[in-house]
Design a protein around this ligand. Structure first.
Ligand code: ADP
Ligand code: X2W
Length: 257
């Protein structure tokens, strides 16, 4: 079974194009099973604004109190997940929305409870359950909420959740769909970029903000042997005539002495 994990960033869900959905159909024709993990940072911020709560981030991760967690889950599960499942259905794709805390789908642990509150990383994935859904030819659309050992729910950055699921399922391809066409350096999109280059661009501030957790997640997926790890745009197609678009992340360059 060939599989592709697609992380849809909150920045792009509204602008997913017809060509994006055509790419999904083309992948299916090529025999790929599709798994989607979604974000929704902008939707959460909008709701917090309505509630007069100022969003707070530490290294790109949202500080999440018990009250904020309720908002995060309500928005991601009840609004963003629904929106994406509806769009897939409209474009003729059969999808099922899943909250990561259901059926032991995602188990997690606190990253730093004192500093971040209810924020976690994924420690295990119920791969068997996901494989069952894929065998039924459905596209699981996963909300990045994990269950901690103490029974609390944890807010997981969607890029991290995507990489953890990609690794657990040993997918063939892993795509981070966002609001830019790939990694841009000096105004143009890089067709490929090595881990060594990424580290240097982060140090020099040319990769920053929301792109940092994305490339960090992409690198962890790559290091687990997933060959095709890419950053692509949601407002365009990303797979046409069996060719991938966007930026491909490639391994560390060997330094020849
Ligand atoms: N080198 C870079 N190339 C492209 N985008 C970058 C780069 N460095 C930082 N970014 C920023 O990262 C953003 C994507 O991250 P983010 O907004 O968190 O997206 P998502 O919601 O898809 O996870 C881009 O819109 C851009 O502002
Ligand atoms: C811990 C943490 O930061 N969680 C993220 C989850 C959503 C997300 O990752 O959305 P994007 O992919 O749109 O950024 C948040 O609360 O915003």
């Amino acid at each position: 079974m060939k599989t592709v994990l697609i992380k849809c960033g909150g920045s792009t869900i509204e602008e997913l194009s017809k060509d994006f959905f055509s790419s999904l159909h083309e992948l299916r024709h090529q025999g790929y099973k599709i798994i989607i993990v979604h974000g929704g940072g902008p939707d959460i911020n909008q709701m917090l604004k309505l509630l007069n709560v100022e969003p707070e981030f530490v290294n790109g991760l949202r500080k999440t109190s018990k009250a904020t967690l309720k908002v995060v889950e309500t928005v991601l599960s009840g609004q963003t997940n629904r929106k994406l499942v509806e769009k897939l259905t409209e474009h003729g794709l059969k999808a099922i929305g899943l909250n990561g805390s259901d059926a032991d789908l995602l188990k997690g642990s606190y990253i730093d409870k004192d500093q971040l509150g209810y924020v976690g990383d994924v420690t295990s994935v119920n791969s068997e359950f996901l494989e069952l859904i894929l065998k039924r030819d459905l596209i699981p659309v996963i909300t990045p909420i994990a269950l901690a050992e103490d029974g609390a729910k944890l807010n997981v950055n969607a890029d991290y959740a995507a990489a953890a699921i990609a690794r657990a399922l040993k997918v063939d391809q892993c795509l981070f769909v966002t609001d830019v066409e790939g990694i841009m350096i000096n105004g143009s999109v890089k067709k490929s970029i090595s881990v060594t280059e990424i580290e240097s661009y982060i140090n020099h501030g040319q990769i920053y903000g929301g792109m940092v957790p994305k490339v960090v997640s992409a690198i962890t997926a790559l290091e687990k042997g997933i060959e095709g790890v890419r950053i692509v745009a949601g407002k365009k197609g990303f797979y046409e005539n069996q060719l991938w678009l966007g930026t491909k992340i490639i391994g560390r360059e060997r330094i020849v002495e």
